[in-house]
Design a binder for this molecule. Sequence first.
Ligand SMILES: *Cc1c(COP(=O)(O)O)cnc(C)c1O
Length: 491
Amino acid sequence: MATNMRAHEAGILHADGYAAQPQWLPEPEDLSELMPKLWAANTDRGEHGELTVAGVPVTDIARDFGTAAYVVDEDDFRARARAFRDDFTAPFAAIGGADVYYAGKAFLCTAVARWIMEEGLHLDTCSGGEMAVAQRVGFPPERVALHGNNKSRAELRQALEWGIGRIVVDSFAEIDRVAEIADELGVVAPVMVRVTVGVEAHTHEFIATAHEDQKFGFSLANGRAREAVDRIVAKGESLRLLGLHSHIGSQIFDTAGFEIAARRLIDLHTEVAAEHGIAMPEMDLGGGYGIAYTSEHDPLSPRQLGEQMGDLVARELKVFQEEHPEAVLPRISIEPGRAIAGPSAFTLYEIGTIKDVEVTGDLTRTYVSVDGGMSDNVRTALYGADYSCALASRTSDAEERLVRVVGRHCESGDIVVMDEYLPGDIVAGDLIAVPGTGAYCRSLSNQYNHTPRPPVVAVRDGVARVIVRRETIEDLLALDVDESAPPQEVR
Ligand SMILES: *Cc1c(COP(=O)(O)O)cnc(C)c1O
């Protein structure tokens, strides 16, 4: 058989002439097996082989709520939140303590805000809308933070009137703006300084540089971060300086980048103590803890993260402690979003068109289309994210087939799962599930092609319920001003 060079370079050419397997994707031994690191804890196979969540078969979910649908294992979500709250923070007890802020941008609705509130976590927001969700459920404002490089005056006012716990300031103009609004309202605004520490973390490596070319924060290297601290201290009647903040990236699998970030923040923290005589009470190391989207990802558990980060923070704080033996150590905070919300959910789709496409003379790729796509999960199209999937409505003993799962949208880049093995006998009407879609899928969703967005269905103890309802065509048309309709109001 002639060898297709590009396919060969990309991986292994399948013996029967079907598409090339990427190097990292192992041929599965059992297609019905659910790899635990990919799926929420209460996901299983039912008596007919169908996927179940907390005892509810996905066939029932599809029948009752339709597809596409996001399905969240509520107990799994809560357990991940608790693991960060307890296991992550335990090693910090000896060095000033730690708090966990759930990054709401990963996925937020009132039900999720309540879960976070009930599990005793804190909450990160970055818009008036996210704050409104927290306000709706009566989230204690002192446990909420507001982020963003371009918060509006209205959002800053909303935060301060509410009594928010911290505003993470991101520019000199914003320092002045927050002080002005605090003065108008007669309050003192609690602020942290977003520091660009010169560490950029990616999945398996990080880059440590002196300078960064990005929109967030005050650079440490050129002294802007220090100037920001000075400006805040000078406005002490309006602003209360809580501490320094950094966030180095996303989908990170080791703590080396955090070590450099912590060292650089603690150096500045120590300098501020020496020059202003202020021991700032807090320090935030941000989020970015990775999850398993495919078999190739091996994330650290909250316990492992806590042990490693507790160690490195303790080590880096030594100098500060030696120079300021009487000073209170900063309380550390972190901001996981993906690592709490991501693995708790999967997206349930129904298979439609299945098409074998001859890529070259001896290479055929099977395209499996589903009733969703880049409108409900834009991550693959946006930044080449990898996902996996499994046949969900049944199991099958058929030979495996390497497939590409694609959406229903008018873009050839509308891919959901780049490469995955599914049983060769899949047909239209089968259900498939894509795990790890709890973070940055609903929150980044859109209505491309006038596609109503899927519902979010939460399952707990054998009961499935809608926590965000499916969008309807009426919802889509509700914003559309029909100029041919009789005027509603005549002046
Ligand atoms: C996005 C973000 C997070 C959360 O990142 P994850 O990768 O979801 O953990 C935390 N903090 C800040 C400031 C962020 O911008």
